[in-house]
Design a protein around this ligand. Sequence first.
Ligand SMILES: Cc1cc2nc3c(=O)[nH]c(=O)nc-3n(C[C@H](O)[C@H](O)[C@H](O)COP(=O)(O)OP(=O)(O)OC[C@H]3O[C@@H](n4cnc5c(N)ncnc54)[C@H](O)[C@@H]3O)c2cc1C
Length: 425
Amino acid sequence: MTGQSYPDSYYAATRNPDPGYPALTGQIEADVCICGGGFTGVATALSLAERGYSVVVLEQNRIGWGASGRNGGQVIGGFSGEELMAKRLGQAARDLIWDIGWLGNTVIAERVEKYAIDCDFKYGYMDVALKPRHMRAFEDHYAELSRRGFADAIRMVAAEDMRSVIGSDAYIGGLINQRSGHLHPLNLCLGEARAAAGLGVRLFEGSQVLSIEHGAQAVVTTPGGRVKAATVVLAGNAYQQIETRQLSGQVFPAGSFIIATEPLSEALAREINPLDMAFCDPNYVLDYFRLSADRRLLFGGRCNYSGRVPASIRRSIEPRMHKVFPQLRNTRIDYEWGGNIGIVVNRVPVIGRLRDNVYYSLGYSGHGVNMTHAAGEIVAEAIGGTMEKLDLFERVGHWRIPLGQALSGQLVALGMLYYRLRDKL
Ligand SMILES: Cc1cc2nc3c(=O)[nH]c(=O)nc-3n(C[C@H](O)[C@H](O)[C@H](O)COP(=O)(O)OP(=O)(O)OC[C@H]3O[C@@H](n4cnc5c(N)ncnc54)[C@H](O)[C@@H]3O)c2cc1C
């Protein structure tokens, strides 16, 4: 899986021109060597470079080749497993956990502006309800958001008003939040890489990390070279195959898939999504969708743990899109693609240290656009000696399924079946 180009997605077809980065050759040195060039790797590199560290990023394929360049582009505050984490760590940690959940949105908005990153970033997001219990959960969330100073950005929408915010009868209400939004994720990742390079970060593509020799100065080896670094960050998420002994059994790859329609007419785009928001339903196996800047509907969903791409992504997703938007029955599908998310059993992101100078951040359970950016800050702070936020994630504790990746995949599939059954209730 190395040296690959981008998969054939809408994002790859519309990515901004980028310089490309060479493969590593020879031996170089840095303060920090980051293994993986998705949002986690690139955002962490930028957070570190802004603090004055010398940084190397090693990516086995292209920058943003993994989930970061393929996702739904929904920038949604909070993170998966947040509630469980708050319950486990108690009232004293609750405010900090909340702040971490919204940190990524702030980092993204600031970077888009500061580095002039052209990635179609837009505010506007809505949680949509399929069942009364979803509405009750949104009302609780609305109350908490209000208490925490979001009142000017949020709005509950009742069933009878839904047609003013979405051209669909599939939902019984929802919660709009104008501090979340959407963007072109590959262009964000490439823009952040360009910004990082501008601050002196050395990025390498086609440079798979094969091994890490640990020590006060770690030595990270790729097929063509070596990086000697005081600190290493593992940022390979669901594609990571290194340091498996310590991290295996905690994060599992699961496929998620998206289709993109042809560009819709202005009238049809306005009919289905008049406020140009991103949408998600609250199911574990959820539907998510939004319009691209050129008015395509990007509709995602489905999940599998087999590691196999469905015979036809389009045939598996299109019926779900038609259920939500019957008016798109005659609309052409131009792109279909998928990628791997890193699922964690208790859903809390896996952020911590393998040893004093080796950090990792992965497993965002499909909610990583914002959280990878928070993680970049958390890891950069920790490398600088401020451990408060990283400690929270180390303290929460993760289940490890110890029987190897094959069996674990089947167990995760069983867990998924359980959640699918719950979605039906
Ligand atoms: C289809 C899909 C839709 C999604 N939609 C959303 C959404 O709308 N909103 C949201 O918040 N989240 C979404 N997510 C999740 C989100 O994309 C991820 O949580 C996030 O991108 C993870 O970023 P990452 O950098 O940790 O991992 P990745 O982007 O997967 O990057 C990991 C990188 O590490 C590299 N790598 C791995 N091993 C090595 C090695 N040994 N040497 C060198 N490089 C290595 C890989 O090649 C890869 O490029 C979605 C994910 C998918 C797949």
